[in-house]
Design a protein around this ligand. Sequence first.
Ligand SMILES: Nc1ncnc2c1ncn2[C@@H]1O[C@H](COP(=O)(O)OP(=O)(O)OP(=O)(O)O)[C@@H](O)[C@H]1O
Ligand SMILES: [Mg+2]
Length: 353
Amino acid sequence: MEDIRLDSLEGVGPVTARKLTDAGVHNMMDLVVRGPVEISDITGMEKDSTEKLVNKARQYLADGGVLSQDFVSASDIYKRRQEIGKITTGTECLDTLFDGGIETQALTEVYGEFGCGKTQFCHTLCVMVQKSREEGGLGGGVLYMDSENTFRPERIVSIAKANGMDPQRVLDNIVVARAYNSSHQVLILEEAGAIIRESNIKLLVADSAVGLFRSEYLGRGTLSERQQRLNHFVHLLVRIAEAYNCAAVATNQVMSSPDVFFGDPTKPIGGNVVAHTSTYRIYFKKSGKKRIARMVDSPHHPEEEVIFGIGEAGVIDPEDPKAKKARKAKADPAPPTDGPGDATDAGTPDTGN
Ligand SMILES: Nc1ncnc2c1ncn2[C@@H]1O[C@H](COP(=O)(O)OP(=O)(O)OP(=O)(O)O)[C@@H](O)[C@H]1O
Ligand SMILES: [Mg+2]
């Protein structure tokens, strides 16, 4: 349905269709995802015409049940939300925080300082999404946008092995797009539709989403342009997640903000643009060897914190304190003592019953 040819739409002749295809707009869904302003920029058509065009495409997809109608009943929204899939994080603690896992049709933003585990978390999800639905995955592939050159197949292999999965097959289901600058990042998303359909992509990772924008637009003078372009990028992410029913995960670094006197003096770089677009925001923090994850912003989760760790298996549950104590005791057995417990036991009076 979403693959219907563009030139079957009224108002699109062969020349326009060609311009659209050259710009990566191959079908109705691409038209809707990119929107009228961008389509006008690409084709040179008047914005009035592109608005009509995009509306027609949207109507077409809505009639076919691919997209929701403009006016829908709450029960229709409920039905669409029933289609939301969840990807387990592979840990009990983070699954609790996410109420079951990372959702499709939503953008989940993970932010925190360097080394807090954002990339490890993304790597873990790359493996988990490939598990079957019964095992907490979605049986789908991954599109991993790597803008910091930190994607490591070796980590995927060790996480897959720890989960008893075939590492080669897991690697084969991950498409990695190395992004070299922020415009390239946008371009990758604009072209993503075809890959998402062909490769049954269920997870879209942008690690990091904001880093390149930050380094390219330095100084106050460029701030509004940066926010505008970042806004465009993040909105594309959200629209793709909604249109293709896949989960989008974006990472974001923090900067220290001297105007905060109480609490944690760090905030995500993207500022408000990212904050208002992402559906879920998680803050990762280092605390000694442990890591803390806090749900910061969510339409329906309480704001809570959990402790997790990082190991060969990716993100992991913290060790149960009892198990840790037992392991320590085994490694270093303490000499037996005549504890007061024994004495008390011996002295327990016989009630005579
Ligand atoms: N195999 C492993 N076993 C245990 N811990 C590991 C392993 N691999 C990585 N780590 C831990 O993960 C940390 C790095 O985490 P990660 O790369 O996810 O950080 P990040 O939040 O993405 O940082 P940045 O902002 O720099 O991208 C390292 O400090 C290390 O402690
Ligand atoms: Mg990283």
